[in-house]
Write a protein that binds this ligand. Structure first.
Ligand code: GDP
Length: 393
């Protein structure tokens, strides 16, 4: 799929920078991107986007210093300066773009407030779908982040064609600081979504037997709302002699993860059909980008990538049926992506989910926060002696 990424705010910029690095590293030519921010230093810190693709907005109002966690200001600046962003997209050229993906942290200010505004404008101007890859804040970041994320998400589900979520709190390890986890979390994000959004592109081993093309991803996401992604890998059993560079796919998975792989992840002695089936089950039942009640999913897409010999057709069909039996809807699309590798990977996109506890919890926190701050605004007023005359009325 040819994707145009817009990284909005700090998290969005950093993650999109990684997508471009991934595209370069895997010799793809599928992704193009710009980054938008109100903070100059965040834009300067990016490593892979060209300088001309880094767009600073709000220069007159916040002078390159960012909006803090004020997402109302983030939205206002984006409304006021939408032309600057749209011109940057035009300058880059949309080429054969099949979908726009806005990436942002929903708990902050710039990306949280700006993303829904940008989604609305992109949808007005282009016919291609507009998706958002939104990062949910961890609870320990404080109630303001949760409040921002709830407001941003409530707006995004109306403005974008689908909002795919990644929950920082579900991915952070016990005892790890959220900031210390960013690099690792961003790797996890790019590994999953990089592979998913590559589907349908011609890999180095040609097109798969059961290719997933872009229209299938688009049709899966068609119902709107929120979505989540599962992922699992397994080593192929007879991988032959070990080569130094195993090609495209191992670069996606990343050497570090391969080294850290737990031994039980190596599936032995099963035939190829059941191996594919159990891999897809692991992807869906394991840790999702947004933990959710998968049985409330409307549509799903199953993608299996790896050496052509291991992409067992019957296995993929069985896995699709198994997913269909376990979700609410009946539309399950799927296929393969042949790639030279020692590993087979499965991605399951669960689209239009009706129940995700973290989202419910965010909305509750947001309601409480709003009620508390209104009460405090009303009650917590410094009472000055009314007998004292002000300087003027
Ligand atoms: P903005 O620059 O005002 O849009 O704000 P940020 O992008 O910093 O958004 C803040 C939210 O994004 C917080 O919930 C952070 O935890 C999260 N965040 C910031 N940087 C990263 C990152 O590199 N990776 C991930 N996964 N989350 C991040």
């Amino acid at each position: 799929m040819k994707v145009f990424f817009i990284g909005f705010g700090q998290a969005g910029g950093k993650i999109v920078d990684r997508f471009i690095e991934f595209d370069n590293r895997t010799n793809g030519n599928s992704f193009r991107a710009i980054a938008v921010n109100t903070a100059r230093t965040d834009l300067m810190g990016l490593q892979h986007l060209d300088f001309e693709d880094r767009v600073l907005i709000g220069q007159t109002s916040v002078k390159g210093h960012g909006v803090g966690t004020d997402n109302d200001t983030g939205a206002q600046i984006t409304f006021d300066e939408i032309d600057i962003i749209m011109n940057a997209i035009d300058r880059k050229g949309i080429g054969e773009t099949e979908a726009f993906i806005i990436v942002s942290g929903l708990g902050g200010g710039t990306g949280s407030g700006g993303s829904p505004v940008l989604a609305r404008h992109l949808k007005k101007i282009y016919k291609e779908p507009v998706y958002v890859l939104g990062i949910l804040p961890a609870p320990e970041e404080g109630r303001l982040y949760s409040y921002n994320a709830a407001r941003s998400l409530a707006t995004l589900v109306k403005e974008a064609d689908n909002v795919i979520l990644f929950d920082n709190s579900a991915w952070k390890n016990e005892g790890e600081s959220i900031k210390g986890a960013f690099d690792r979390l961003n790797d996890e994000i790019v590994r999953r979504f990089g592979l998913l959004f590559r589907a349908g592109e011609v890999g180095q081993l040609g097109i798969g037997e059961m290719v997933v093309d872009s229209s299938e991803i688009i049709n899966t996401l068609r119902g709107g709302g929120i979505s989540s992604v599962g992922y699992a890998i397994s080593e192929v059993i007879d991988s032959g002699p070990v080569e130094k560079d195993r090609g495209f796919f191992d670069r996606i998975i990343g050497r570090k993860q391969i080294e850290e792989r737990r031994p039980e992840e190596k599936l032995m002695g099963e035939d190829k059909t059941s191996r594919i089936l159990s891999l897809v089950r692991r992807a869906m039942l394991g840790r999702l980008t947004l933990p959710c009640e998968y049985s409330t999913t409307s549509r799903a897409l199953v993608l299996v990538a790896g050496p052509p010999d291991d992409l067992d057709r019957k296995g993929i069909e069985k896995a699709k049926s198994w997913v269909e039996e376990n979700i609410a809807g009946v539309e399950v699309r799927g296929g393969d992506y042949p790639a030279q590798s020692r590993y087979v990977a499965a991605i399951v996109l669960l689209a239009s989910i009706a129940d995700a506890p973290r989202v419910t919890n965010l909305l509750e926190i947001a309601k409480e926060t709003k009620a508390t701050s209104e009460r405090i605004d009303e009650e917590n007023v410094l009472k000055l002696d009314e007998s004292i005359e002000p300087l003027f009325e």
